[in-house]
Write a protein that binds this ligand. Sequence first.
Ligand code: FNR
Length: 367
Amino acid sequence: AIPADIVTLADYERRAVHHMPAASWRHIQSGADREITLAANIAQFDALQLLPRVLADLSGGSTAIRLLGMDLAAPMLLAPLAYHRLAHPDGELAVARAAAALGTGMVVSTLSSFTLEEIALASRAASRELGRDPAPLWFQLYLQDDRERSAALVRRAEAAGYDAIVLTVDASLKRSGFTLPAGIAAANLRGLPSRSQTGIAGGPILFGTPLIDAAPTWDDLAWLRQATTLPLIVKGILAADDARLAIEHGADGIIVSNHGGRVMDGLPTPLSVLPGIAEAVGGRAAVLVDGGIRQGTDIAKALALGADAVLVGRPQLHALAVAGVIGVAHVLHILRAEYELAQAQLGCRTPAGISRAHVLDAQNGGK
Ligand code: FNR
Protein backbone atom coordinates (compact mmCIF):
# COMPACT_ATOMS: atom_id res chain seq x y z
CA ALA A 1 0.00 0.00 0.00
CA ILE A 2 1.10 3.55 -0.64
CA PRO A 3 1.71 5.62 2.51
CA ALA A 4 -0.94 8.33 2.82
CA ASP A 5 1.64 11.10 3.01
CA ILE A 6 2.80 10.45 -0.56
CA VAL A 7 0.89 12.99 -2.62
CA THR A 8 3.33 14.37 -5.18
CA LEU A 9 6.30 13.18 -7.23
CA ALA A 10 8.55 15.10 -4.84
CA ASP A 11 7.33 12.87 -2.00
CA TYR A 12 8.56 9.83 -3.92
CA GLU A 13 11.90 11.48 -4.64
CA ARG A 14 12.44 12.31 -0.96
CA ARG A 15 11.79 8.71 0.05
CA ALA A 16 13.57 6.96 -2.80
CA VAL A 17 17.03 7.73 -1.45
CA HIS A 18 16.33 5.30 1.39
CA HIS A 19 15.43 2.50 -1.04
CA MET A 20 18.62 2.31 -3.09
CA PRO A 21 22.35 1.76 -2.60
CA ALA A 22 24.09 5.13 -2.33
CA ALA A 23 26.12 4.67 -5.53
CA SER A 24 23.01 3.84 -7.59
CA TRP A 25 21.15 6.81 -6.12
CA ARG A 26 23.99 9.16 -7.02
CA HIS A 27 24.19 7.72 -10.52
CA ILE A 28 20.47 8.22 -11.12
CA GLN A 29 20.23 11.69 -9.66
CA SER A 30 23.45 13.19 -10.93
CA GLY A 31 24.15 15.60 -13.77
CA ALA A 32 27.31 16.60 -15.57
CA ASP A 33 30.02 18.66 -13.86
CA ARG A 34 28.58 21.30 -11.48
CA GLU A 35 25.01 20.29 -12.36
CA ILE A 36 24.04 23.81 -13.45
CA THR A 37 22.04 22.47 -16.40
CA LEU A 38 20.39 19.81 -14.25
CA ALA A 39 19.19 22.47 -11.80
CA ALA A 40 18.18 24.88 -14.56
CA ASN A 41 15.93 22.29 -16.20
CA ILE A 42 13.74 22.28 -13.11
CA ALA A 43 14.15 25.94 -12.18
CA GLN A 44 12.89 27.07 -15.55
CA PHE A 45 9.68 25.11 -15.24
CA ASP A 46 9.23 26.58 -11.77
CA ALA A 47 9.80 30.15 -13.02
CA LEU A 48 7.16 29.94 -15.72
CA GLN A 49 3.62 30.81 -14.66
CA LEU A 50 0.35 29.59 -16.13
CA LEU A 51 -2.44 32.01 -16.93
CA PRO A 52 -5.81 30.45 -16.15
CA ARG A 53 -8.93 31.26 -18.14
CA VAL A 54 -12.30 31.12 -16.41
CA LEU A 55 -15.85 30.16 -17.39
CA ALA A 56 -14.80 28.28 -20.51
CA ASP A 57 -17.09 25.50 -21.73
CA LEU A 58 -15.16 22.28 -21.07
CA SER A 59 -17.90 19.76 -21.83
CA GLY A 60 -16.77 16.81 -23.90
CA GLY A 61 -13.13 17.58 -23.12
CA SER A 62 -10.31 15.10 -22.67
CA THR A 63 -6.56 14.89 -21.99
CA ALA A 64 -6.08 12.26 -24.69
CA ILE A 65 -3.93 12.88 -27.73
CA ARG A 66 -3.05 11.11 -30.93
CA LEU A 67 0.68 11.16 -31.59
CA LEU A 68 2.27 9.64 -34.70
CA GLY A 69 -0.88 7.61 -35.17
CA MET A 70 -0.91 6.35 -31.58
CA ASP A 71 -3.44 7.01 -28.81
CA LEU A 72 -2.15 8.32 -25.47
CA ALA A 73 -4.29 8.96 -22.38
CA ALA A 74 -2.44 12.22 -21.78
CA PRO A 75 0.38 14.07 -23.57
CA MET A 76 3.15 12.21 -21.75
CA LEU A 77 5.34 9.16 -22.13
CA LEU A 78 8.00 7.49 -20.03
CA ALA A 79 11.51 8.50 -21.10
CA PRO A 80 14.07 5.79 -21.87
CA LEU A 81 16.27 5.06 -18.87
CA ALA A 82 19.05 2.53 -18.56
CA TYR A 83 18.90 -0.26 -15.99
CA HIS A 84 15.62 0.09 -14.09
CA ARG A 85 16.72 -2.80 -11.89
CA LEU A 86 18.98 -0.33 -10.11
CA ALA A 87 15.76 0.88 -8.48
CA HIS A 88 13.79 -2.36 -8.07
CA PRO A 89 14.24 -6.08 -8.90
CA ASP A 90 11.17 -5.99 -11.21
CA GLY A 91 12.77 -3.12 -13.15
CA GLU A 92 11.34 -2.42 -16.61
CA LEU A 93 8.72 -5.17 -16.26
CA ALA A 94 7.03 -3.23 -13.43
CA VAL A 95 7.26 0.05 -15.34
CA ALA A 96 5.79 -1.54 -18.47
CA ARG A 97 2.85 -2.98 -16.51
CA ALA A 98 2.12 0.36 -14.83
CA ALA A 99 2.35 2.22 -18.14
CA ALA A 100 0.00 -0.29 -19.80
CA ALA A 101 -2.50 0.06 -16.95
CA LEU A 102 -2.57 3.85 -17.31
CA GLY A 103 -2.50 3.99 -21.15
CA THR A 104 0.88 5.70 -21.07
CA GLY A 105 3.52 5.19 -23.72
CA MET A 106 6.88 3.80 -22.64
CA VAL A 107 10.21 4.26 -24.37
CA VAL A 108 12.42 1.25 -23.66
CA SER A 109 16.18 1.86 -23.58
CA THR A 110 18.77 -0.14 -25.50
CA LEU A 111 20.37 -0.44 -22.05
CA SER A 112 17.33 -1.99 -20.34
CA SER A 113 18.01 -4.56 -17.64
CA PHE A 114 15.36 -6.95 -19.01
CA THR A 115 15.27 -7.76 -22.72
CA LEU A 116 13.06 -5.69 -25.00
CA GLU A 117 11.07 -8.88 -25.71
CA GLU A 118 10.43 -9.54 -22.01
CA ILE A 119 9.30 -5.94 -21.52
CA ALA A 120 6.92 -6.08 -24.49
CA LEU A 121 5.39 -9.31 -23.17
CA ALA A 122 4.85 -7.77 -19.72
CA SER A 123 3.20 -4.71 -21.26
CA ARG A 124 0.88 -6.66 -23.56
CA ALA A 125 -0.09 -9.12 -20.81
CA ALA A 126 -1.04 -6.26 -18.49
CA SER A 127 -3.17 -4.61 -21.19
CA ARG A 128 -4.92 -7.91 -21.88
CA GLU A 129 -5.61 -8.60 -18.20
CA LEU A 130 -7.12 -5.14 -17.82
CA GLY A 131 -9.10 -5.35 -21.04
CA ARG A 132 -7.35 -2.28 -22.44
CA ASP A 133 -5.88 -1.51 -25.82
CA PRO A 134 -2.13 -2.10 -25.85
CA ALA A 135 -0.18 0.98 -24.75
CA PRO A 136 2.39 2.39 -27.18
CA LEU A 137 5.89 0.94 -26.78
CA TRP A 138 8.83 2.67 -28.42
CA PHE A 139 12.35 1.29 -28.63
CA GLN A 140 15.23 3.68 -27.95
CA LEU A 141 18.28 2.81 -30.01
CA TYR A 142 21.88 3.57 -29.21
CA LEU A 143 23.73 2.94 -32.45
CA GLN A 144 26.15 0.08 -32.06
CA ASP A 145 29.69 -0.09 -33.39
CA ASP A 146 28.52 -1.58 -36.66
CA ARG A 147 25.29 -1.18 -38.58
CA GLU A 148 24.49 -4.86 -38.68
CA ARG A 149 24.29 -4.89 -34.88
CA SER A 150 22.10 -1.80 -34.85
CA ALA A 151 19.88 -3.31 -37.53
CA ALA A 152 19.57 -6.50 -35.50
CA LEU A 153 18.24 -4.49 -32.53
CA VAL A 154 15.73 -2.68 -34.76
CA ARG A 155 14.55 -5.99 -36.22
CA ARG A 156 14.10 -7.42 -32.74
CA ALA A 157 12.03 -4.37 -31.74
CA GLU A 158 9.89 -4.72 -34.85
CA ALA A 159 9.36 -8.42 -34.25
CA ALA A 160 8.39 -7.77 -30.62
CA GLY A 161 5.71 -5.30 -31.74
CA TYR A 162 7.30 -1.97 -30.84
CA ASP A 163 5.51 0.99 -32.39
CA ALA A 164 8.38 3.40 -33.03
CA ILE A 165 12.16 3.77 -32.92
CA VAL A 166 13.81 6.57 -30.94
CA LEU A 167 17.40 7.29 -31.92
CA THR A 168 19.28 9.03 -29.12
CA VAL A 169 21.97 11.25 -30.60
CA ASP A 170 23.24 13.29 -27.67
CA ALA A 171 25.01 10.70 -25.55
CA SER A 172 27.56 8.98 -27.76
CA LEU A 173 30.36 11.01 -26.16
CA LYS A 174 29.05 10.74 -22.63
CA ARG A 175 31.41 9.52 -19.94
CA SER A 176 30.45 7.80 -16.76
CA GLY A 177 32.44 6.45 -13.87
CA PHE A 178 29.55 4.34 -12.59
CA THR A 179 30.05 0.59 -12.27
CA LEU A 180 26.91 -1.56 -12.43
CA PRO A 181 26.18 -3.70 -9.37
CA ALA A 182 26.59 -7.46 -9.81
CA GLY A 183 23.60 -9.10 -11.53
CA ILE A 184 22.50 -6.01 -13.49
CA ALA A 185 23.50 -5.78 -17.15
CA ALA A 186 22.38 -4.56 -20.57
CA ALA A 187 20.07 -7.49 -21.28
CA ASN A 188 19.58 -6.62 -24.97
CA LEU A 189 23.31 -6.67 -25.63
CA ARG A 190 24.16 -9.91 -23.86
CA GLY A 191 27.00 -11.68 -25.61
CA LEU A 192 28.04 -8.62 -27.63
CA PRO A 193 31.34 -6.83 -27.09
CA SER A 194 30.72 -3.54 -25.27
CA ARG A 195 30.77 -0.30 -27.26
CA SER A 196 33.94 1.68 -27.65
CA GLN A 197 34.33 3.46 -24.36
CA THR A 198 37.40 5.37 -23.49
CA GLY A 199 37.86 7.01 -20.21
CA ILE A 200 35.76 8.65 -17.58
CA ALA A 201 35.28 12.24 -16.49
CA GLY A 202 38.69 13.86 -16.33
CA GLY A 203 40.11 10.91 -18.24
CA PRO A 204 41.77 10.72 -21.67
CA ILE A 205 40.97 13.10 -24.49
CA LEU A 206 38.26 12.36 -27.08
CA PHE A 207 39.78 13.32 -30.41
CA GLY A 208 41.87 10.59 -31.93
CA THR A 209 40.15 7.92 -29.84
CA PRO A 210 37.62 5.26 -30.92
CA LEU A 211 34.93 7.14 -29.03
CA ILE A 212 35.01 9.94 -31.60
CA ASP A 213 35.81 7.76 -34.60
CA ALA A 214 32.82 5.48 -33.95
CA ALA A 215 30.41 8.32 -33.06
CA PRO A 216 27.29 8.39 -35.29
CA THR A 217 26.70 11.05 -37.98
CA TRP A 218 23.75 12.25 -40.10
CA ASP A 219 24.58 9.46 -42.57
CA ASP A 220 23.67 6.97 -39.87
CA LEU A 221 20.26 8.61 -39.42
CA ALA A 222 19.65 8.40 -43.16
CA TRP A 223 20.67 4.75 -43.03
CA LEU A 224 18.34 4.06 -40.09
CA ARG A 225 15.47 5.74 -41.93
CA GLN A 226 15.69 3.21 -44.73
CA ALA A 227 16.26 0.33 -42.31
CA THR A 228 12.80 0.53 -40.74
CA THR A 229 9.26 1.51 -41.69
CA LEU A 230 8.38 2.39 -38.08
CA PRO A 231 8.02 6.04 -37.09
CA LEU A 232 11.47 7.41 -36.29
CA ILE A 233 12.06 9.95 -33.53
CA VAL A 234 15.40 11.66 -32.89
CA LYS A 235 16.15 12.35 -29.21
CA GLY A 236 18.56 14.96 -27.98
CA ILE A 237 17.97 17.99 -30.21
CA LEU A 238 18.68 21.51 -28.85
CA ALA A 239 19.40 23.54 -32.02
CA ALA A 240 16.62 24.54 -34.44
CA ASP A 241 18.97 23.79 -37.35
CA ASP A 242 19.46 20.24 -36.07
CA ALA A 243 15.67 19.85 -35.85
CA ARG A 244 15.47 20.86 -39.53
CA LEU A 245 18.28 18.44 -40.45
CA ALA A 246 16.61 15.61 -38.54
CA ILE A 247 13.42 16.13 -40.54
CA GLU A 248 15.40 16.31 -43.80
CA HIS A 249 16.97 12.97 -42.89
CA GLY A 250 13.55 11.39 -42.39
CA ALA A 251 12.64 11.90 -38.72
CA ASP A 252 8.92 11.79 -37.93
CA GLY A 253 9.46 13.37 -34.54
CA ILE A 254 12.12 14.98 -32.40
CA ILE A 255 12.71 15.07 -28.68
CA VAL A 256 14.07 18.36 -27.41
CA SER A 257 16.35 17.24 -24.59
CA ASN A 258 19.63 17.84 -22.82
CA HIS A 259 19.54 14.25 -21.53
CA GLY A 260 18.38 15.36 -18.10
CA GLY A 261 21.54 17.46 -17.65
CA ARG A 262 23.75 14.36 -17.69
CA VAL A 263 25.90 14.76 -20.79
CA MET A 264 27.41 18.22 -20.51
CA ASP A 265 26.99 21.20 -18.25
CA GLY A 266 26.17 24.61 -19.68
CA LEU A 267 23.62 23.39 -22.23
CA PRO A 268 20.36 25.27 -22.78
CA THR A 269 17.32 24.06 -20.92
CA PRO A 270 14.80 22.32 -23.18
CA LEU A 271 12.19 24.98 -22.38
CA SER A 272 14.39 27.86 -23.52
CA VAL A 273 14.92 26.39 -27.00
CA LEU A 274 11.52 24.76 -27.42
CA PRO A 275 9.65 27.74 -28.94
CA GLY A 276 12.31 28.26 -31.63
CA ILE A 277 12.43 24.58 -32.44
CA ALA A 278 8.65 24.26 -32.60
CA GLU A 279 8.63 27.17 -35.04
CA ALA A 280 11.39 25.63 -37.17
CA VAL A 281 9.55 22.29 -37.27
CA GLY A 282 6.33 24.05 -38.20
CA GLY A 283 4.13 20.98 -37.76
CA ARG A 284 6.21 18.80 -40.11
CA ALA A 285 7.14 16.44 -37.25
CA ALA A 286 6.03 15.69 -33.71
CA VAL A 287 7.83 17.77 -31.08
CA LEU A 288 8.43 16.19 -27.69
CA VAL A 289 10.45 17.53 -24.79
CA ASP A 290 12.01 16.14 -21.63
CA GLY A 291 14.10 17.20 -18.65
CA GLY A 292 12.62 18.47 -15.41
CA ILE A 293 8.97 17.41 -15.70
CA ARG A 294 7.99 16.93 -12.05
CA GLN A 295 4.29 17.81 -11.91
CA GLY A 296 1.28 17.98 -14.18
CA THR A 297 1.50 21.74 -14.57
CA ASP A 298 4.95 21.26 -16.14
CA ILE A 299 3.28 19.29 -18.93
CA ALA A 300 0.90 22.20 -19.55
CA LYS A 301 3.87 24.62 -19.62
CA ALA A 302 5.72 22.49 -22.19
CA LEU A 303 2.61 22.34 -24.37
CA ALA A 304 2.20 26.10 -24.10
CA LEU A 305 5.72 26.58 -25.49
CA GLY A 306 5.12 24.32 -28.47
CA ALA A 307 5.50 20.66 -27.44
CA ASP A 308 3.02 18.00 -28.51
CA ALA A 309 3.94 15.80 -25.54
CA VAL A 310 6.55 15.35 -22.82
CA LEU A 311 8.65 12.50 -21.45
CA VAL A 312 9.25 11.82 -17.78
CA GLY A 313 12.61 10.43 -16.68
CA ARG A 314 13.90 10.11 -13.12
CA PRO A 315 10.48 10.13 -11.37
CA GLN A 316 9.92 6.61 -12.78
CA LEU A 317 12.89 5.36 -10.80
CA HIS A 318 11.88 7.19 -7.62
CA ALA A 319 8.43 5.60 -7.67
CA LEU A 320 9.80 2.21 -8.66
CA ALA A 321 12.28 2.21 -5.78
CA VAL A 322 9.67 3.18 -3.18
CA ALA A 323 6.68 1.08 -4.25
CA GLY A 324 7.40 -0.98 -7.39
CA VAL A 325 4.65 -1.30 -9.99
CA ILE A 326 2.09 0.38 -7.72
CA GLY A 327 4.36 3.35 -7.22
CA VAL A 328 4.90 3.87 -10.94
CA ALA A 329 1.15 3.57 -11.61
CA HIS A 330 0.55 6.08 -8.81
CA VAL A 331 3.04 8.56 -10.27
CA LEU A 332 1.44 8.26 -13.70
CA HIS A 333 -1.97 8.80 -12.12
CA ILE A 334 -0.75 11.85 -10.16
CA LEU A 335 0.78 13.43 -13.27
CA ARG A 336 -2.31 12.77 -15.33
CA ALA A 337 -4.66 14.17 -12.66
CA GLU A 338 -2.50 17.25 -12.08
CA TYR A 339 -2.28 17.82 -15.82
CA GLU A 340 -6.03 17.38 -16.25
CA LEU A 341 -6.70 20.04 -13.62
CA ALA A 342 -4.20 22.39 -15.27
CA GLN A 343 -5.75 21.91 -18.70
CA ALA A 344 -9.20 22.63 -17.27
CA GLN A 345 -7.96 25.69 -15.33
CA LEU A 346 -6.47 27.01 -18.57
CA GLY A 347 -9.92 26.73 -20.11
CA CYS A 348 -8.83 24.13 -22.67
CA ARG A 349 -11.03 21.27 -23.76
CA THR A 350 -8.11 19.47 -25.38
CA PRO A 351 -4.31 19.54 -25.03
CA ALA A 352 -4.11 21.20 -28.45
CA GLY A 353 -5.94 24.21 -27.02
CA ILE A 354 -2.99 25.14 -24.81
CA SER A 355 -0.97 27.92 -26.41
CA ARG A 356 1.68 30.56 -25.77
CA ALA A 357 -1.10 32.80 -24.45
CA HIS A 358 -1.37 30.52 -21.41
CA VAL A 359 2.08 31.27 -19.98
CA LEU A 360 3.87 34.33 -18.78
CA ASP A 361 7.36 34.64 -17.39
CA ALA A 362 9.12 37.19 -15.24
CA GLN A 363 10.02 39.21 -18.36
CA ASN A 364 6.69 39.63 -20.06
CA GLY A 365 4.55 39.62 -16.88
CA GLY A 366 0.88 39.82 -17.71
CA LYS A 367 1.06 41.46 -21.13
C1 FNR B 1 18.79 8.59 -18.80
N1 FNR B 1 18.49 9.01 -20.10
C2 FNR B 1 18.60 8.10 -21.13
N2 FNR B 1 18.26 8.46 -22.40
C3 FNR B 1 18.32 7.56 -23.42
O1 FNR B 1 18.00 7.90 -24.56
N3 FNR B 1 18.75 6.28 -23.18
C4 FNR B 1 19.11 5.85 -21.95
O2 FNR B 1 19.47 4.70 -21.77
C5 FNR B 1 19.07 6.79 -20.89
N4 FNR B 1 19.44 6.41 -19.62
C6 FNR B 1 19.26 7.27 -18.58
C7 FNR B 1 19.53 6.83 -17.28
C8 FNR B 1 19.29 7.67 -16.20
C9 FNR B 1 19.55 7.17 -14.81
C10 FNR B 1 18.80 8.99 -16.42
C11 FNR B 1 18.48 9.90 -15.27
C12 FNR B 1 18.56 9.43 -17.70
C13 FNR B 1 17.91 10.35 -20.36
C14 FNR B 1 16.40 10.32 -20.22
O3 FNR B 1 15.80 9.65 -21.29
C15 FNR B 1 15.78 11.74 -20.19
O4 FNR B 1 16.26 12.48 -21.27
C16 FNR B 1 16.04 12.49 -18.91
O5 FNR B 1 16.06 11.63 -17.80
C17 FNR B 1 14.92 13.52 -18.71
O6 FNR B 1 15.13 14.27 -17.59
P1 FNR B 1 14.37 14.03 -16.17
O7 FNR B 1 12.90 13.78 -16.42
O8 FNR B 1 15.07 12.87 -15.55
O9 FNR B 1 14.62 15.31 -15.47
